[in-house]
Design a protein around this ligand. Structure first.
Ligand SMILES: N[C@@H](CCC(=O)N[C@@H](CS)C(=O)NCC(=O)O)C(=O)O
Length: 228
């Protein structure tokens, strides 16, 4: 059975949603990143990048949420756009747009708004600007079509959903007023039973929720260099 190494944060959540939507049996293995589980040698043997998620399928290891979605889409064959060059051009483009744009810019926006020491105005401005720019691109796309690729629900929409849930934290509580089409897709997917099951996964383990000094050490190891 597939093993999903999971923390209830956006990148692992994408993959959990795909497995739930596909009715694929899987074992959930908690990786408590605020306690430093991601740095354990046994986990790094599966994901040398020391981040969640990771997946084992028999003796196959795979890491990076977008690689995992592509792998599962090929293996299971569900929620993948039609196999034509034109559809796959859109599919890969938008999946990578989330992987290399939405995820990193939203992640860094949160980091600099909530966790970075001062001075940080330049970084907050840059990442807030870029996070908004990326979400506006998604919003414009969803203004003219129901889903990100073609006219069916695909794993690209799942990838969007995982991060769209975080928009109030990333961009502010009133952000959805300016992103109505993103909100429409978010609400549609959130109402699906598979998404409800994914939201409940955080209760399957007593994940550490506070970001105290110990958590900062394991999440932001770069800060050790500032102290020297
Ligand atoms: N490109 C990677 C990014 C993974 C990533 O940043 N994961 C976060 C959770 S969303 C994490 O594990 N953070 C803990 C850490 O950085 O130590 C992917 O998409 O899987």
């Amino acid at each position: 059975m597939i093993k999903l190494y999971f923390h209830p944060s956006p990148n692992p959540v994408k993959v959990a949603l795909y497995l739930e939507e596909s009715d694929e049996p899987y074992e959930l293995i908690a990786v408590d990143t605020r306690k430093g589980d991601q740095h354990a040698p046994a986990f790094k043997a599966i994901n040398p990048n020391a981040k969640t998620p990771a997946l084992q399928d028999g003796d196959i290891n795979i890491f990076d949420s977008s690689a995992m979605l592509l792998y599962l889409g090929e293996k299971i064959g569900k929620f993948v756009p039609a196999n034509t060059p034109a559809m796959h051009a859109q599919y890969y483009s938008w999946l990578m747009f989330v992987a290399t744009g939405i995820g990193p810019y939203c992640g860094q926006a949160v980091h600099f708004k909530y966790f970075a020491p001062d001075p940080k105005e330049y970084a907050v401005n840059r990442y807030d600007f870029e996070a908004w720019r990326h979400w506006n691109i998604v919003n414009d796309r969803l203004a003219t079509q129901q889903y990100m690729v073609g006219d069916t629900y695909t794993l690209v929409d799942m990838s969007i959903w995982a991060w769209a849930r975080m928009i109030p934290r990333v961009l502010g509580d009133d952000a959805f007023a300016k992103l109505p089409h993103v909100k429409r897709l978010l609400d549609e997917i959130s109402a699906r039973p598979a998404a409800e099951r994914v939201e409940a996964l955080k209760n399957k383990h007593d994940y550490k929720t506070v970001v105290d000094d110990d958590a900062r050490k394991v999440l932001f190891p770069q800060n050790a260099r500032l102290a020297t």
